[in-house]
Design a protein. Structure first.
Length: 188
């Protein structure tokens, strides 16, 4: 049985987190291998460290048997993410989308993702554990989680639908089509 520990990343974890992101980044995959899912957000080690320090925004799943980071999940306030063009664009259009009859906004939501699970740990509940941990952590500051999934990434979309996200609409950015997804955070 798998012994996975979920926690916030430390500076010592960040190089492994970066390696996992690079392993599944679209720029490093063939079109054929993208069928199994991919990420498109690029972050440097310094940016990941800053996110970890300022927002507790790097959640990791560690295989306790060998210390390997089996998965990671990024989460951040819209203010932190403003320097990235995609996230800046998204926060500008949040108000165009409704969830439970309320307009989305950057004060009541945070941006989640990417989520990245090493292939050898997929379909074992790692993604669900990462998401639950982060929804509780960020639930202290925000009532909603917002994310997006590229329409050409059906594996990721299926995961998010199973996890309970609501598809609140679509948008385009930089020639790509995306689903805008929302789920409430969790509170203890």
């Amino acid at each position: 049985m798998l012994d996975i520990k979920i926690r916030c990343a430390t500076d010592e974890d960040i190089p492994q987190v970066k390696a996992l992101l690079e392993r599944y980044h679209a720029k490093n995959l063939t079109d054929e291998s993208k069928i199994n899912g991919f990420v498109t957000t690029d972050m440097t080690i310094a940016e990941l460290q800053a996110l970890s320090h300022t927002e507790q925004g790097v959640t990791i799943a560690v295989d306790a048997s060998n210390g390997v980071i089996a998965g990671m999940l990024i989460g951040a306030s819209w203010d932190f993410l403003k320097p990235w063009k995609m996230f800046d664009y998204m926060q500008g259009i949040l108000g165009d989308y409704l969830f439970d009859g309320e307009r989305l906004n950057k004060q009541t939501s945070y941006q989640y993702g990417p989520i990245c699970i090493a292939e050898e740990y997929r379909s074992k509940g790692v993604g669900e554990k990462l998401l639950e941990y982060q929804r509780r952590l960020f639930g202290k500051r925000f009532p909603l989680v917002v994310t997006f999934v590229n329409k050409v990434n059906p594996r990721s979309y299926a995961f998010h639908m199973r996890a309970g996200f609501a598809d609140v609409g679509e948008f385009q950015f930089n020639g790509n089509n995306y689903h805008m997804l929302v789920i409430p955070t969790l509170h203890d």
